[in-house]
Design a protein around this ligand. Structure first.
Ligand code: DX5
Ligand code: ZN
Length: 216
């Protein structure tokens, strides 16, 4: 299994975003960029110009764009065109997930679909061959710094059984040195951490704690 850590910049110091990203870029496998529109979630974060600026500054980074927006079918292409490697939309935000998954792959990016805690993974079974990554929200989306929901562990187990090992199962929300191990045991292989990494001055130490917990 290929285990990966993504850093969510949502809890970084936005006034120092360049140096905040530089402080983690060589430590993690992916940059996880949380785009929020204030409609799909109760918060507004940043949009395509910020993602584009990050891409320009870090041409080789793996950019994992998490769209917490309504109408993802209207905006996905912007995030492909500015150089995302992975684009993930929410299953709850569109009735055209099948078409969107196929469009993302055809556009040359990895196709991701995310599920809120209350959304059943079984809804993805009919389109599973079009999915590169399932993002299982382990908090209600919208804000960093929330606590990991343990009930999501059985959803992760179910997802791994349903999807097999070729699909990335990503967890996002409340990941720290303890919950990362629980999520890994349940079957997840991509771990997003925001406040755990950015909440400490020594980011290398925090990422090392995550990697140690994953490799145990
Ligand atoms: C929540 C976002 C997450 C979040 C992670 O809606 O999708 O990526 O910022 O932050 P922590 O790790 O603090 O829960
Ligand atoms: Zn996210």
């Amino acid at each position: 299994m290929n285990y990966k850590i993504g850093a969510s910049i949502l809890n970084a110091d936005f006034l120092q975003l360049g140096s905040e990203i530089s402080s983690v870029i060589s430590l993690v496998d992916e940059l996880h960029l949380d785009v929020m529109d204030g409609v799909f979630v109760e918060n507004i974060s940043f949009g395509a110009p910020v993602v584009s600026g990050i891409r320009a500054a870090h041409p080789d980074a793996i950019i994992d764009t998490h769209l917490m927006i309504s109408r993802p079918h209207q905006f996905w292409k912007d995030f492909v065109d500015i150089g995302s490697n992975i684009v993930t939309f929410h299953a709850e935000a569109t009735t055209h997930g099948y078409a969107l998954l196929k469009q993302l792959r055809q556009a040359g990016v990895a196709a991701g679909v995310s599920l809120n805690p209350a959304t059943d993974i079984a809804a993805l079974e009919p389109v599973r061959e079009y999915i590169d990554r399932v993002l299982i929200m382990t908090v209600e989306p919208g804000f960093g710094g929330q606590s990991f929901e343990p009930a999501m562990l059985r959803k992760i187990e179910f997802a791994r059984k349903m999807l097999g090992d070729a699909v990335d199962i990503q967890v996002d929300g409340g990941i720290n040195d303890r919950t990362v191990a629980e999520a890994k045991s349940a079957g997840a292989n991509v771990f997003v951490a925001g406040s755990f990494i950015f909440g400490a001055a020594d980011r290398a130490d925090r990422v090392a704690q995550l990697r140690a917990a994953i490799s145990r």
